[in-house]
Design a protein around this ligand. Structure first.
Ligand SMILES: O=C1C[C@@](O)(C(=O)O)C[C@@H](O)[C@@H]1O
Length: 226
């Protein structure tokens, strides 16, 4: 997956949802950390949509403890022919793990999304720029999900998204929570390359997500001016 253009991902812990996602999504984000028997699900996956494999660690809002098995599962997932990208947290790389997983994936032509989540706040603009620039050393897309408490937070996220995009970096950005909800539809206009949405709003994988059909429709309408 080259992320040359925007990729709308159906975020799910259940790969049997793929037929429902197909109409609206460009990819599946498979949340291994939230799934039952994730590697078995993947082994029997026969959907059409390419898969982004994520095994989110607890400290970044996921369910997986930081154990060697966490990255090992991601490494195995990258060997599946339909897995076209993996997601590794910048914090994992900073802690000394993750790079080998990224290399293993890259050897198979699988892209790496380097992600950062802030569930407390929207950092200052210089800090967001620093973080996203750092991700560029390790992967194909730098992802920053922050928590917006004011509209100014969202504006600053858009500004960073545009600056990094104009600098030639592929980034994905979103402001989590109610205040930042519209960023999920608008950030792609500023350059964000990936969006995430559950098929069913009850299965949201982060605060403030739209359901998949809604996000697809809003993004398409914004894009074609209708
Ligand atoms: O990192 C992200 C972004 C996300 O947290 C969001 O805010 O949409 C949703 C997660 O499933 C995904 O792994």
């Amino acid at each position: 997956m080259d992320f040359d253009s925007f990729v709308l991902s159906a975020a799910t812990a259940d790969l049997s949802q793929e037929p429902l996602a197909r109409e609206h999504a460009d990819a599946i984000e498979f949340r291994l950390d939230l799934a039952d028997s994730p590697l078995d699900q993947l082994a029997s996956y026969d959907g059409n949509l390419p898969v982004i494999a994520t095994n989110r660690v607890e400290r970044e809002g996921g369910d997986s403890p930081e154990t060697p098995e966490r990255l090992e599962a991601l490494r195995l997932a990258a060997e599946h022919p339909m897995v076209e990208a993996i997601d590794v947290e910048l914090s994992a790389i900073a802690m000394g793990s993750g790079l080998e997983t990224i290399e293993h994936a890259s050897d198979r032509g699988v892209s790496a999304i380097i992600s950062i989540h802030d569930f407390e706040e929207t950092p200052a603009i210089a800090e967001m720029e620093r973080l996203l620039t750092k991700t560029d050393e390790y992967g194909d897309v730098g992802k920053l999900a922050v928590t917006a408490t004011t509209l100014d937070d969202v504006l600053q996220l858009f500004a960073v998204t545009r600056t990094r995009t104009q600098a030639g970096q592929r980034v994905a950005t979103m402001a989590m929570g109610a205040v930042g909800r519209h960023s999920r539809a608008v950030a792609p206009l500023y350059g964000s390359r990936i969006g995430y949405a559950p098929v069913d709003p009850e299965d949201a994988t982060a605060p403030g997500q739209y359901d998949l059909a809604t996000l697809r429709s809003v993004i398409d309408h914004l894009d074609d001016g209708t």
